[in-house]
Design a binder for this molecule. Structure first.
Ligand code: NAP
Length: 250
């Protein structure tokens, strides 16, 4: 697997692409859509709610597509619609959730239930697989297909097990476990489909609804690596895990 940071930074959009971003009605997905529209790409703002999605797409000058990534029928409908409109070059699996309790707390190891972790995996792992599976036939027809899986620094077994890193202090179980699973999904897909560029990215701790707006970065900063990897060159990295500074330890 190529994990060359230099190749990554040389990657740029040379031709206009058709891009789908799931969960793009707000947060990092919305900012990624804004930047990719600005770069001249045709962008589908994926949203599970028609009203929120249409509003976001109108604001951005993008297309809207209704897609609930936990629903087979919704994902299949979205794939049929985008196929009929001409196909897809870039899929950004961005939609994600974390379970939160009172006071924005996440359930730690003592509180977490099987239902809670299942709910998180349903979106963060099975949702990304469901969408990728449905759109693979379209992507494989693209001359330069790309998948970006929006992961997290909390996915890194190396970082989370190191007391010297901020990731070590995170008490939640479901969300980090789901993103570690997503990283493995990324790696295995990249090996299975060498013609595609498939990478996992860590945006960094960003102020969005996901964390009750407690993040320390702006969405502009957080979206940087997503935007860069969505525009990765055909000879750029695949099967890697990156933040804005370069490759991360798994
Ligand atoms: P956000 O503002 O809460 O946005 C999440 C988006 O996902 C929303 O558009 C939400 O739609 C959508 N979504 C949730 N479940 C969905 C489903 N079943 N089908 C379709 N869309 C769904 O959070 P964010 O911070 O921008 O998160 C974006 C991605 O970045 C996530 O994968 C997250 O894990 C990752 N990430 C975030 C941070 C951070 O610090 N913020 C750090 C690392 C990684 P609704 O509006 O309908 O709820």
């Amino acid at each position: 697997m190529t994990t060359d940071g230099d190749t990554m930074t040389n990657a740029s959009a040379t031709t206009a692409k058709t891009v789908l971003i799931t969960g793009a009605n707000k947060g990092l997905g919305f900012e990624t859509a804004r930047r990719l529209v600005e770069a001249g790409h045709t962008v589908y703002v994926g949203s599970r709610d028609a009203e929120r999605g249409l509003r976001a797409a109108d604001l951005l000058g993008a297309r809207h597509i209704l897609i609930d990534i936990t629903d087979d029928g919704s994902v299949a409908d979205a794939a049929r619609t985008i196929e009929a409109a001409g196909g897809l070059d870039v899929l950004v699996n961005n939609a994600g959730i974390e379970v939160r309790g009172p006071g924005n707390s996440v359930p730690g190891a003592a509180e977490l239930t099987a239902d809670q972790i299942r709910e998180v995996f349903e979106t963060n792992v099975f949702g990304a697989v469901r969408v990728t599976h449905a759109f693979l036939p379209l992507l494989r027809r693209s001359p330069a297909p790309v998948v970006v899986n929006v992961s997290s620094g909390l996915a890194s077994l190396t970082l989370v097990s190191d007391p010297a890193t901020p990731a070590h202090a995170y008490p939640g179980v479901a969300y980090p476990a789901s993103k570690t699973a997503l990283n493995m999904v990324t790696l295995q897909y990249a090996k299975a489909f060498p013609a595609l560029r498939i990478n996992a990215v860590e945006p960094g701790f960003t102020k969005t609804d996901l964390n009750g707006n407690t993040g320390v970065q702006t969405v502009e900063e957080g979206a940087e690596i997503i935007v860069r990897m969505a525009q990765v060159a055909p000879d750029g990295p695949t099967g890697g895990y990156f933040d804005a500074e370069g490759p991360l330890p798994w």
